[in-house]
Design a protein around this ligand. Sequence first.
Ligand code: SAM
Length: 208
Amino acid sequence: MSIRTNYEKWYEGDEYYWGLEPGDFLLDLINLCPPAENTKVLDIGCGEGKDAVFMAEKGYDVTAFDLTENGIRKTIALAHKRGVKVNAYVDDINTFETDEKFDIIFSTGTVQYIFNENKEAFFKKLEKITKPNGIVFINVFVEKSFLELPPDWDKEEKMWKSGELFTYFSDWKFEKIDEVIFEDNSGGITHYHCMDTIICRAKPGKTI
Ligand SMILES: C[S@@+](CC[C@H](N)C(=O)[O-])C[C@H]1O[C@@H](n2cnc3c(N)ncnc32)[C@H](O)[C@@H]1O
């Protein structure tokens, strides 16, 4: 079993660590790319699967991976319980490979686990596996000199520079970008995060 992140332990129990409510951002993605026959979605760092399973329930063909075996076990169990299928497996955002192409790719709270030396290759890979007109959603924690490092920050996580995420998509159509500071009480200690978010669309007819 992987011991790369604390999440393996946090996901052990029957409770869903992140709850079962899907992320609000999924409604934006559904509006931008509604489900049709064979609309393919990739969730990178799916945790225990709340978002991946929600997208499968909406009619998408969903693939999802996470570094944790417990997260994948719970993703598959949740999909089974809700009567849908998610192609979920253990993989690493740093090294994953796929021959498939996707209409929607999303990754929430996970991109900070990419090692610096893998960033360039990761975004090239995204370009390659997004269908023409496809949508990518990514959010990432960014550093601000006036904010302290969160108390539950993992040694494997790397804060990004403010705005850095957007630079990797200069050739895409921006549907939405923003940067927000928000309060978080995870771990029982009130702290603040700054997060950059992008939703963008691949060029029409782009073939790589
Ligand atoms: C903040 S959680 C977000 C989980 C999920 N996206 C959600 O919103 O519920 C970060 C996730 O990244 C996963 N993770 C950490 N390092 C990873 C890696 N190298 N490759 C893939 N997933 C990783 C963790 O296991 C965890 O599930």
